[in-house]
Design a protein around this ligand. Structure first.
Ligand code: FPP
Length: 237
């Protein structure tokens, strides 16, 4: 089972408490830790979380700086545990605009966990679904221009293999807390058959119980992938 989460609501959580937004984001890191810990027991093997979108650059510079510090905060406290517990960490998204220190830390986290295969954590950071689709198209066009690929070879599978998420199955469920009901440029291609679950909790309050409730909502859905279910085939005669 692959679950994907838009970690939303840090700012509102802080505002409700009269705190600066930066403390909402820090509390969001704690929620991420709780969620990663809870996931394996709920049968989740792939977890993809949205940490920074390409659109987030338009926030005030001070807040962008605070958001940029979050991966470091997370890895510094948790990378040893993730490594030990068999978690493979991948940071998907563009490295453009990230500081050299941050890129080094990301590379280090990925390298340290590269051989793990118990659980797969993808952190979408400086990621945008449209930008990722454009990057995949460009990659394929370059291969064609260099004579290494034939346009006739391009099908959905070949295209998906050029996306940042190529190593994970498509998400079964995309969860968005905080009451917003949008994808906000998250996993656009990959979302084709995902169930969408929206929850009213703000991300810094998120934990095992919320994840469990989201999966219960997912389990209650009937997934048809564009087909009809057997009973309907019989009823249609
Ligand atoms: C959206 O809340 C959240 C973000 C832009 C940052 C998400 C990051 C984390 C939850 C921390 C963990 C991240 C990493 C990379 C380890 P918002 O600020 O848009 O909240 P609002 O909609 O209430 O203002």
């Amino acid at each position: 089972m692959h679950a994907a989460i838009v970690m939303d609501g840090n700012g509102r959580w802080a505002k409700q408490r009269g705190l600066p937004r930066s403390l909402g984001h820090r509390a969001g890191v704690e929620a991420l830790k709780r969620t990663v810990s809870a996931a394996p027991a709920l049968n989740i093997r792939w977890l993809t979380v949205f940490g920074f979108s390409t659109e987030n650059w338009s926030r005030p510079a001070a807040e962008v700086g605070q958001l940029m510090a979050l991966p470091q905060r997370y890895f510094q406290s948790d990378i040893a545990r993730l490594e030990r517990e068999g978690v493979r960490v991948r940071v998907i998204g563009s490295r453009e605009g990230l500081s050299r220190d941050l890129v080094r830390m990301i590379d280090d986290a990925q390298a340290r966990t590269a051989k793990n295969d118990t659980f797969f954590l993808n952190i979408a950071f400086n990621y945008g679904g449209q930008a990722d689709i454009v990057a995949a198209a460009r990659r394929f066009a370059e291969e064609v221009a260099q004579g290494r690929a034939d346009p006739m070879d391009l099908d959905q599978q070949a295209f998906a293999s050029r996306l940042a998420t190529c190593d994970s199955p498509p998400p079964d469920v995309i969860i968005r807390p905080s009451g917003e009901q949008r994808l906000s440029n998250f996993l656009l291609w990959e979302a084709a058959y995902a169930e969408l679950v929206f929850q009213d909790v703000l991300w810094p309050d998120y934990g095992a119980e919320h994840l469990k409730a989201a999966l219960a909502a997912f389990a209650a859905r009937e997934r048809r992938y564009g087909a009809v279910v057997a009973d309907d085939v019989l009823a249609a005669g």
